[in-house]
Design a protein around this ligand. Structure first.
Ligand code: FES
Ligand code: FES
Length: 153
């Protein structure tokens, strides 16, 4: 039995210790915002926060989150839309949308560490992959989210 917190709620799951966190979230807890893209920590579609740090949940064992705080796209805004989600809507970023939860989670972590990133910072830190090629819209939305977090109307 592995216990941890997901989006502010306690979770207890009876799974193999090495089961990837992504599948614990999706299969055992019915939290399906984190997506499966590659399964090898490459695409970022499965990104969630563990104790505030962005991780690729497809490549993290369930046992590694015991006692920790996991936040998925469902809990990012704590009942409202997070500034990054608002910026994504305002910039109309998604195409098919599949990769976007991962990008949003990665961006929220990026802006916590670097509230005013340059395009170069964004390209370096956001190593997620979008098959629809929304990268330029993502860059715009990151800047817009940074402005929203800085108090812009
Ligand atoms: S599914 Fe986890 S990085 Fe691609
Ligand atoms: S919006 Fe389709 S893969 Fe990124």
């Amino acid at each position: 039995m592995i216990s941890f917190t997901v989006n502010g709620q306690p979770a207890r799951v009876d799974v193999e210790a090495e089961k990837p966190l992504l599948w614990v979230l999706r299969e055992d807890l019915n939290i399906v915002g984190p997506k499966y893209g590659c399964g090898v920590a490459s695409c970022g579609a499965c990104t969630v926060h563990v104790d505030g740090v962005p991780v690729r949940s497809c490549s993290m064992a369930a046992s590694d989150v015991a006692g920790k705080m996991v936040v998925t796209i469902e809990g990012l805004g704590q009942g409202t839309l997070h500034a990054v989600q608002k910026a994504w809507i305002e910039e109309q970023v998604p195409q098919c949308g599949y990769c976007q939860p991962g990008f949003i989670m990665s961006t929220a972590a990026l802006l916590k560490a670097n509230p005013k990133p340059s395009d170069k910072d964004i390209d370096e830190v956001l190593s997620n992959i979008c098959r629809c090629g929304t990268y330029s819209a993502i860059r715009r939305a990151v800047h817009r989210a940074a402005a929203l977090l800085a108090g812009a109307p």
